[in-house]
Design a protein around this ligand. Structure first.
Ligand code: AMP
Length: 447
């Protein structure tokens, strides 16, 4: 299947060709034709599957073919709601890229920055609005934004909206949308509340499920290092001696943890930046830019801040701490091995995190190979590494086993995990993401 079989106009085909894509991803192949025909779409797909183009291209085309006069008082015609500023900015960039030749305007609104410029942009008249729910609701409450002209609505990353506590804001916004509209709904996982929300929003949708084939199994090599909590930073610095680790995304569970790890690395002259929700939008953009242009070799991120960050060629993802939610692990490691590139995912696991590791392995349906030839082996003690341990006289009482698990990995990045493709179970929690790809399963109207 190629892009020119999807029904896109020449202007959009040229824009797509200029981005360098030659083959549509499964969500694009399955989603673009019905969306162009005006159907509602339910897409069970994560970031990394190419879903942005799957909704942006049809919206641009339909709006372009149904052009309206460009007056300042014209209403917003398309609304794309997305949970994070980074995702909003990326969707805005996609619209700018694909729509470069079209006479359509767009703007992006999110919180954490002054509202002045956003309000000015709205006043000038905007065709497509990309928004995070909090700021959007603020502007609506101030009477600065009306939704009665919305013809196209996209709810992106609906499950994240729920996780991040935005679902009430989302519902308030939805309540103001005209009933007659085209809706596209995307979610990586489909818990009950999300299913109900989708059912209430969509009219006879085409359901597309991107079966995550490859990411965790084929294009990302995974490895786990059992290491005590207080020795994780030392292990990270040890691994970073490997020059192949050139662009590394490190995940911590907390904002404070992200700052702490970045500080420790910088002290060792390793260029690092931290990104998390406590930083100002400008500081986040600066950190991201430094990472993208190579000034910072390491980006240390908390989960929320990292959501949807689209950076090419992340060579390694390090799970400095394992997440509580196994799905988050899949999202995290999906930052590497994108669009067919290979990538390595390293997990540090201390004693308290063993249960989380089990949950992750259950979800991805594979055992992650253990690397046990490093100087900080052992998840339960925080004693000095083997190479630095002072010679002590033998003690009367032996301490417990220091080494965990079996299987060999070897080297930073470890061995290749067993490959398995796990299906995104409908109505349940999701599985793996597939590069900019995965297999798509499409079904007809659900109602
Ligand atoms: P998304 O899931 O929309 O965040 O897209 C994930 C990544 O895949 C982005 O870096 C896109 O630029 C890229 N991408 C989207 N569509 C394609 C395609 N057809 N071929 C190659 N890369 C793509």
């Amino acid at each position: 299947m190629s892009f020119d079989q999807l029904g896109l106009t020449d202007a959009l085909l040229r824009a797509v060709a200029e981005t360098g894509y030659d083959t549509p991803t499964p969500i694009q192949t399955e989603g673009i034709p019905p969306a162009l025909a005006g159907r509602d779409v339910f897409g069970c797909a994560q970031t990394g599957t190419g879903k942005t183009a799957a909704f942006v291209l049809p919206i641009l085309q339909r709006m372009d073919l149904d052009e309206r006069p460009r007056t300042a008082r014209r209403p917003v015609r398309a609304l794309i709601l997305t949970p994070t500023r980074e995702l909003a900015a990326q969707i805005g960039e996609s619209i700018a890229t694909y729509g470069a030749q079209l006479p359509l305007t767009h703007t992006v609104i999110y919180g954490g920055v002054g509202q002045g410029k956003q309000v000015d942009a709205l006043r000038k008249g905007v065709d497509i609005l990309v928004a995070c729910p909090g700021r959007m609701l603020d502007l609506m409450n101030q009477g600065l934004l009306k939704l009665d002209g919305i013809e196209y609505f996209v709810l992106d990353e609906a499950d994240r909206m729920l996780d991040m506590g935005f679902i009430h804001d989302v519902r308030k916004i939805i309540a103001k949308l005209p009933a007659k509209r085209q809706t596209m709904f995307f979610s990586a996982t489909v818990p009950r509340e999300i299913r109900d929300l989708a059912d209430s929003l969509l009219y006879q949708p085409v359901s597309i499920q991107v079966t995550p084939t490859s990411s965790t199994a084929e294009t990302v090599e995974q490895a786990v290092y059992h290491v005590g909590r207080n020795r994780k930073a030392a292990l990270l610095k040890h691994l970073l001696k490997d020059k192949e680790m050139s662009r590394i995304l490190v995940f911590t569970r907390t904002k404070h943890g992200a700052d702490r790890v970045a500080k420790i690395l910088k002290k060792d002259k390793i260029t690092a930046e931290a990104i998390h929700g406590n930083k100002s939008q400008n500081a986040r953009i600066r950190a991201l830019e430094a990472f993208k242009n190579g000034q910072a070799r390491v980006l240390v991120a908390s989960d929320i801040a990292s959501r949807g960050i689209d950076i090419d060629e992340v060579t390694h993802v390090v799970n400095f701490e394992l997440p509580h939610e196994p799905e988050t692990y899949v999202h995290r490691i999906g930052r590497t091995g994108r669009a067919g590139n290979s990538g390595k995912a390293i997990a540090f696991c201390d004693l308290e995190e063993r249960g989380r590791l089990k949950g992750i392995q259950r979800l991805i349906k594979q055992d992650i190979p253990v690397v046990d030839d490093h100087p900080y082996v052992g998840s339960e003690h925080d004693d000095p590494p083997r190479e630095e341990r002072p010679q002590r006289p033998p003690r009367a009482k032996a301490s417990g086993p220091r080494r965990e698990g079996g299987g060999g990995g070897g080297g930073a990045g470890g061995g290749r995990g067993r490959s398995s493709s796990s299906e995104n179970r409908g109505g349940g929690t999701g599985g793996n993401r597939g590069g900019a790809g995965g297999r798509a399963r499409r079904s007809g109207p659900r109602r």
